[in-house]
Design a protein around this ligand. Structure first.
Ligand SMILES: [Zn+2]
Ligand SMILES: [Zn+2]
Length: 352
């Protein structure tokens, strides 16, 4: 195995992240910039927006949340690279989550840029971000949580837990749909889309074989593993999708990974192996707990797992994610015949 060697710029970005600071706007390669756009009240702190120079302007990968602070940071970052917001020709969105997609509509309004998204995420836009449709989504989330055995008293709090962040997204329909393997056709760039469902159904990575970089969105990050959860808008077995998508990017011959959070890094294959091993351990732990209880609901299982902090101190939004992540692992184990679900008022989980 080759040793982990970091480039000087890489060290600066990583050090800023480790020190709790926002990294500098950076020229990552000739014609390629990284612009940190702050996310308010979120431990991730910022999204790294990538600016790709074109003969007549720029394309950006991801946009940030729809706040004035984020917009101003994006405009300031573009200025460091020598561009104005009106120079943005296209916004390639890795996935529908508000920290990536939220600001895309405002950028289009200011610049006339197109917005590109994978069809599997484009399909979710209306239900997720349109006021007229949101009630049905909350209702489906409530039903999912109820079947998981979430206590009646906490149901409402949990089902509506993400409503508070909806104002950081403008509802913008994409202008371009990008599928697996599509060449983006940006002048001067050999950029190709890699569909990587799991974290979201339509998550996209973008690879440039000539520059040997992978824009990995939230799919592969240096330190954290993205949430992979069953929820009303997910497929039935998102963890299987995610692990397949990891295997797909592991094969790519790239030098550096340019993720949407934390910092850029080398050694894609090594990181993918670590993330896969993490899920293997998690699956084994969940299988053990299912075996020890012999007929428990997902929520009860989730409260007994190891989390980064005691269950009682986890806020509602994160508890829902924890529950839905546990459900994703259960669904994976069920598909492999390692656990058994008995459907009812509440779904109960048994050893196979
Ligand atoms: Zn995300
Ligand atoms: Zn993200």
């Amino acid at each position: 195995m080759t040793k982990f060697v970091v480039t000087p710029a890489n060290v600066a970005q990583r050090d800023a992240w480790a020190g709790g600071a926002i990294p500098e706007v950076e020229r990552v390669r000739p014609g390629l910039w990284s612009v940190p756009v702050p996310i308010p009240v979120n431990p991730l702190r910022y999204v790294l927006v990538y600016v790709l120079e074109l003969p007549d302007g720029v394309a950006i990968i991801d946009a940030g949340w729809n706040t004035d602070e984020a917009y101003d940071a994006l405009v300031a970052g573009l200025a460091v690279a020598g561009y104005a917001i009106t120079d943005v020709k296209g916004v390639l969105v890795t996935h529908i989550h508000p920290d990536h997609y939220g600001l895309a509509g405002r950028v289009r309004e200011m610049s006339g840029a197109w917005i590109a998204l994978h069809p599997a995420d484009a399909r979710l836009v209306r239900e997720r971000y349109d006021d007229a449709a949101i009630d049905s989504l909350v209702e489906r989330e409530r039903e999912l949580l109820r079947r998981c055995g979430v206590p009646e008293l906490t149901l409402d709090e949990l089902a509506g837990a993400s409503m508070m962040i909806r104002h950081v997204v403008t509802m913008a329909r994409p202008d371009r749909l990008v599928e697996d393997g599509d060449e983006l056709g940006l002048p001067g760039w050999d950029l190709r889309a890699v569909w990587t469902p799991g974290h979201s159904p339509g998550h996209l990575c973008f690879v440039s074989p000539a520059r040997r970089v992978l824009f990995s969105g939230d799919h592969v990050l240096a330190k954290i593993t993205p949430i992979v959860a069953v929820h009303p808008q997910s497929g039935p077995n998102p963890l299987a999708d995610y692990l397949d998508s990891l295997a797909a990017v592991r094969k790519l011959d790239v030098e550096e990974v340019l993720p949407a959070h934390e910092y850029r890094f080398l050694e894609l294959a090594e990181r993918v192996d670590t993330v896969m091993a993490h899920h293997d351990e998690r699956l084994a732990e969940i299988e053990r707990v299912v075996g020890s209880l012999d007929g428990a609901a997902c929520w009860d299982l989730a409260t007994r797992l190891t989390w980064s902090r005691p269950w009682e101190t986890i806020p509602p939004f994160m508890r829902r994610a924890a529950n839905n992540e546990t459900l994703a692992h259960l669904a994976w184990l069920e598909a492999r015949g390692r656990v058994r679900r008995v459907a009812g008022e509440q779904d109960l989980w048994f050893p196979a």
